[in-house]
Design a protein around this ligand. Structure first.
Ligand SMILES: [Zn+2]
Length: 279
């Protein structure tokens, strides 16, 4: 299984010399299994770059897009995904529990001529809106599990089951709030348990979190704590704040590393746009 990050920025896309290393596009992750099955997670601005690559290198037969939730930074790339205008195939767009009708309404409203000449009326791709089943989703031969996050309006964490190792993607989750609800936090640890890779929202410094509790995001120390408790091999910090420069993201990563006791095998990195993770 290979994961490729096409956007690790949270909240709002950014560009400029201060954001070269970790990138400025918002949430988009490509998950590809060895048999050619692919799932795209989130339609942030990174979706456009992924689409350009797909057109250059591939003939797409069928693809699926999972949206972790409908906040702007996770859907704003949707009408700008080039394959929609090129491939006369079917794309399943899936959201969590009862979200499909809301998703359909929102995306068709958002993709109108009044907002952009690029819109659904020009799509060659047929869109199928589906709800995820209650507990897990089988996509071809592959299994995806999910977990409800603490986030305003709700959001999903996703666990991609590989043949030999799993990867968990948890953008937009407030572990600080979860930790106050023992059962919910224990369920989160169980959801992440034993994953080879955990990609988790670490939007805030410890100091920032003091004034932004309830906004739906986590701090580095909360993420490292979860990774240690769940026995993860490697944790990646993501949902980088739009005000955070490359140097500051690196500082957060270094801080995360400093929290890992000597003797622990846990590794801590900051997720960078364009980065491919092989499991
Ligand atoms: Zn969000």
């Amino acid at each position: 299984m290979q994961l490729t990050c096409w956007g690790a920025r949270g909240t709002f896309p950014v560009s400029g010399p201060r954001y070269i290393l970790f990138g400025g596009n918002t949430s988009c992750l490509e998950v590809a299994w060895d048999d050619g099955t692919e799932i795209i997670v989130d339609a942030g601005t990174g979706l456009r770059t992924l689409g350009q690559k797909m057109i250059k290198y591939k003939q797409v037969n069928k693809f699926s897009l999972i949206l972790t939730h409908l906040h702007w930074d996770h859907i704003m790339g949707f009408p700008f995904y080039p394959p929609f205008y090129h491939f006369p195939v079917t794309c399943s767009i899936v959201g969590h529990l009862g979200a499909s009708s809301r998703l359909k309404r929102l995306l068709s409203l958002y993709s109108r001529e009044i907002y952009s000449p690029l819109n659904q009326t020009r799509f060659k791709t047929t869109l199928n809106f589906e709800d995820l089943p209650e507990k897990e989703w089988r996509y071809g031969e592959h299994l995806v599990r999910y977990h409800q996050h603490e986030h305003p309006g709700g959001a999903l964490g996703l666990r991609f089951m590989g043949e030999t190792a799993d990867a968990v993607f948890c953008t937009d989750n407030e572990l600080g709030l979860m930790a106050k609800k023992k059962k919910k936090y224990a369920a989160m640890v169980k959801f992440v348990e034993g994953a080879k890779i955990l990609i988790h929202d670490a939007n805030y410094t410890e100091q920032e979190y003091r004034t932004r509790a309830g906004w739906g995001h986590s701090t580095v120390s909360q993420v490292v704590k979860l990774a240690r408790e769940a026995g993860v091999a490697k944790v990646f910090l993501t949902h980088h704040d739009p005000d955070r420069t490359d140097d500051e993201v690196r500082e957060m990563m270094e801080y995360g590393r400093s929290l890992i006791p000597s003797g622990s095998d846990l590794e801590c990195e900051a997720l960078a746009e364009g980065e491919g993770l092989l499991l």
